[in-house]
Design a binder for this molecule. Structure first.
Ligand SMILES: [Zn+2]
Length: 115
């Protein structure tokens, strides 16, 4: 389960961000997870509960913002959702398009410290 190593990395990064802010407790962490990032949100939430044990995030909440995978078609200037599993084909002009604009995100976008 690679979500555990991802969750561990999220916990470590969030701890560091909180520490730089002069706080030693985190109440919530927000992460953006793209549809094509290869992370199952439920598995990540579960792994987070394991990874946060004994850290500054012991009582922290994990907020997962899911990002839809979208590709761009240069032929007709159309952005379209590629779906899951991804299908890189423009629905408007019926041509293939590999220009992925979003969907691979895996990043921390917010860390809330314990007041
Ligand atoms: Zn098109």
């Amino acid at each position: 389960m690679h979500e555990l190593s991802i969750a561990t990395a999220i916990v470590e990064q969030a701890e560091e961000i909180a520490r730089e802010d002069g706080s030693d407790g985190v109440s919530s962490v927000t992460v953006r997870v793209g549809e094509l990032a290869g992370v199952v949100p439920d598995a990540l939430r579960f792994a987070f509960e394991v990874a946060r044990d004994g850290t500054a995030l012991a009582s922290a909440r994990l907020v997962v913002e899911q990002v839809t995978a979208r590709a761009w078609c240069g032929e007709c200037a159309e952005e379209f959702a590629v779906g899951m599993p991804p299908f890189f084909w423009c629905p408007r002009c019926d041509r293939p398009s590999q220009d992925l604009r979003s969907g691979r995100e895996l990043e921390i976008t917010g860390v809330e410290a314990v007041p």
